[in-house]
Design a protein around this ligand. Sequence first.
Ligand SMILES: Nc1ncnc2c1ncn2[C@@H]1O[C@H](COP(=O)(O)OP(=O)(O)OP(=O)(O)O)[C@@H](O)[C@H]1O
Length: 723
Amino acid sequence: MPARLGGGGGAPACSPLGTAQGTPSFASLRTSKGRDQKVLSTVLLQHLPFTSTTPVQAAVIPLLLSHKDVCVSAETGSGKTLAFCVPAVEIALNTRHEPNIAVLILSPTRELASQTAAVIKPLLDAAQLSMAQLTGGKPVHADAAALAARKPPNVLIGTPGRVADAVQRAAQTNNKHVLRKLELLVLDEADRLLDLGFQKHVDAILSVCNKQRRTGLFSATQTEAVSALARSGMRNPTRVALARTPSGSKAAAAAANTDSSKLAIPESLTMQYAVVPHVGKWPLLCSYIRAHANEKVLIYVLTCASVRYYAAAIKAARGGAAGAAASRLFPANTTFRWMHGKMPQSQRQRALAEFEAAPSGAVLLCTDVAARGLDFQGGVDRVVQLDAPKDIDTFVHRCGRCGRMGRPGTALAMLAPHEVSRGFLDVIMARGVTPPAPAGGSGLSYRTLPSDGGNDIAVADTTALAAGWERFHAFSTLRAADARRRAGKELAGKPPESPPPIAYAEKAATAWRSADVRDAPQVLGTLRQLSATDRSLMELGVEAFVSQIKGYKEHALQFVLRWKDLDVGGLATSFGILRAPAMPEVSLAVKWSKWWRVASSASEEGDAALPGLVQAPASDVAAIAYRDEAKEKARLATMHEKERLKHDVASSPATASASSRAVAGGKGGAVPSKEEPPAPTRETGAKRYKRELQRDLEDLEDDYREWKASKRAKQKGKKNAFM
Ligand SMILES: Nc1ncnc2c1ncn2[C@@H]1O[C@H](COP(=O)(O)OP(=O)(O)OP(=O)(O)O)[C@@H](O)[C@H]1O
């Protein structure tokens, strides 16, 4: 794939790039000035893992070695890491006698920094150069001391926060800035590094760097922030972009006209999507994993809490908590690992290493902490996006973990009906991403799940679930105007929320409706059964559900991924939840469900308060114990104490006289107890419905308040929940 160049003045700054016939060898690279002069030292050439360059390497290495700043956007898996590591080593070699840090490479995650360190280390060792990796894990003063030493490392690799901190401390020790003689600064995954979270650290680092340095910005996706930095913080940078013409053939686009907002997808990557309601995602995923049992699959979800819940559920099932039903989740011989940003670093590294080491049949469940830059040893065959990503760039980075360097890969996005109907795919295509095709074939049917004859959701429950799905379909296809007309006077005024546009919704709904949902509850039933056997798991499910809704509300693509479209009940079911916590989003879903039910003239028979979720009685949920005996003992003790206090209050003389006044119908009587609302003498169906709904909502609110209190106690140092 040829690269295109755009200099500040528009002129290409180096010799011609790799052509369709092939790319040059590392040994043959030349700078624009010294055309007969080799740019790479013999020691480096001898230890490079490859002899031929990739197009991005052929373009970038001579530029950086000709003192040019570069702004590089090239598709995932195109070899960007060596494109900056090779010149980094060469520059460090040329300045090795000076007691200064020559190269600084910044990465957004510790994993990526470690991976870059692993690529560059053998080259540095061969050239007898030193390196320091600053990613946390040891005290920052030790890192600062290493930088302030008389002979600091030649190359520094790290995450922005730690590097900024260590550099500042080292400057205090030395009375001078340790980056004042820096020759090369690399921002890997530059758009992410310039995100709000990192910006202040990156700014702090930039402010103490040598102004005469070269700077390289690298990413598969570039944002306006990158362009802004390229304009203000770089000296007439040369843009290098890998491009494909719209027809898919490889060709160099016009120089200088790089549209950095367009995203490129490797040709070896097959992009697919399936329209699946939330409640169907895990059943379908389990079926998909089974159908590709010998492959390596990465699964992306939105939040850390979601990884924690499913990891705990699968671990519990494999540990025997679900009996034979465990096989309905992932096959027993599939290596299952998980990773999120709140896990201790050592556990994250171990999960990665074990997933990479598995010869075949392995699954890694993760958040976007593993979405960018990681080059999994041994490759990845499939990527499944179970939840839509926070933005389109992340969509591309997630997909790009497979289909790298010409190796075939499939990236499947499971999209909820409303996401498709609102136009998520159109947004992707508008950014130049290859349109994903509707997925079909092996694994994409609930029918492929093992049928062991058992179904631990009672038949009535299954029916209720299916009814929830049907209703969701009805909501998404009902035109707001029709609904309003049918509702007539009963629900006059504006509906709470308009459904998605009809044409799209029909298309989306037909796709998932044809799947036979009767088999799906086997997986959902197993999750529910697991929650019913361990309170910790149940709480993890609730936590994951709440985080999911919160995370969904923070999507960068609010106009297509609207939380108000969420199938809240179905989502709760997919987290094995037995009773939805009381929270405003749940109350709203209940309210809208009623509105739509009336508006669509659907039968009220068998309606649950929250469609898509089979609510267990509050008393059943309260009785669920922790598996951990000590924890359960403590819970029971707290419960008994609460009961005692309640009893004491109830039997105190003041309360007794208040209730007698209430019985007598006197003024100022106590509020009737929530458990036993006074039954009206004559009650219509609608009033009864309203009263019961109100009671349900109050119960849910209590649950939610309790859950929130326990969560607050657990969660002191709150970090980003979505990585
Ligand atoms: N010159 C080369 N010849 C053959 N393979 C190469 C070459 N350079 C790099 N590779 C291999 O290509 C794969 C992808 O490289 P790399 O991780 O640098 O891609 P990337 O462009 O940084 O991707 P991402 O955008 O996802 O971070 C790696 O496995 C690497 O070993």
